[in-house]
Design a protein around this ligand. Structure first.
Ligand code: IPE
Ligand code: IPE
Ligand code: MG
Length: 260
């Protein structure tokens, strides 16, 4: 049963333990604009609240024992937004690094970037690289920030590098492609969460997400709180991942020795 406790003066719901925690959770943080419009606020306020929310969800990920979290912060398609909004989204990332880096470091978060830094303003690109370098030794949570990221763009870059490395066609396997995408040393996401009711990948982790469980919620990103996150992880715990096999095969695998 969920109980209310107090931490630093804030009411906090004690949530039941999760039966199965996904190792790698990826989140499409969507709905900032609609959250703001619903309240008669400018889109910028939605992005501000969305960023604030991200801080809480990172902490919740650490609390729930998630090891890797990949967040979609800016897609290669988001360049088509009004210039003002693009500039704001860039500034938000910069502010987030300036304000949160030390705290994230102290919490044991390792920041990584996936996507293209080419084409990003040099000062911001440097901050992103520095944040990754600074937190490199941390182990508690790998926070992969997908910024100027597109799944097709990632595959194009992977293929270009495979060709450049002179790997012959007959030697290219699925493992080769996995070795050349940005997440080469990480397991594929177990769970992809998308907020705001949309049911599409929008070019996010299209290679790595081939067998991810997908969870969608109508809740807009700024309102997707710790309890909602817990609900998503609990729903994951009830999923049966078959990877192409039958239920009978999976049952047999889990049957204890001596059981019929
Ligand atoms: C997600 O919220 C943030 C980014 C894509 C950067 P949106 O800005 O897409 O919000 P909606 O979808 O317009 O509500
Ligand atoms: C996906 O959201 C990108 C990010 C969350 C950064 P969008 O709001 O850009 O996706 P579409 O345009 O609705 O597919
Ligand atoms: Mg959107």
């Amino acid at each position: 049963m969920a109980l209310l406790t107090r931490e630093n003066g804030h009411a906090r719901l004690d949530l039941p333990p999760l039966e199965k925690v996904p190792t790698h959770v990826a989140i499409i943080m969507d709905g900032n604009g609609r959250w703001a419009r619903q309240r008669g606020l400018p889109r910028s306020e939605g992005h501000r609240q969305g960023t604030e929310n991200l801080r809480h969800i990172i902490r919740a990920a650490v609390e729930f024992g998630v090891s890797i979290m990949t967040i979609y912060a800016f897609s290669t398609e988001n360049w088509s937004r009004p210039r003002r909004e693009v500039r704001l989204l860039m500034r938000i990332l910069e502010m987030m690094i300036d304000r949160e880096l030390q705290e994230l470091y102290d919490e044991g978060v390792q920041i990584r970037h996936i996507g293209e830094l080419n084409g990003i303003e040099s000062r911001l690109a440097r901050k992103v690289r520095d944040a990754c370098d600074y937190t490199r030794g941390n182990q508690r949570l790998i926070l992969n920030v997908a910024f100027n990221y597109g799944g097709r763009d990632e595959i194009v870059h992977a293929v270009q590098r495979i060709v450049r490395d002179g790997i012959p066609a007959h030697a290219i396997t699925e493992a080769t492609i996995s070795d050349y995408v940005y997440t080469s040393d990480l397991p594929d996401p177990d769970l992809i969460i998308r907020t705001s009711g949309e049911c599409r990948l929008s070019n996010f982790l299209i290679w790595q997400g081939a067998y991810s469980e997908i969870y969608t919620t109508e809740t807009y990103w700024p309102a997707f709180d710790r309890e909602e996150f817990h609900k998503a992880l609990a729903a994951y715990g009830k999923r049966r991942r078959r990877f192409g096999r039958t239920d009978e095969q999976i049952d047999a695998e889990y049957r204890l020795p001596g059981q019929a």
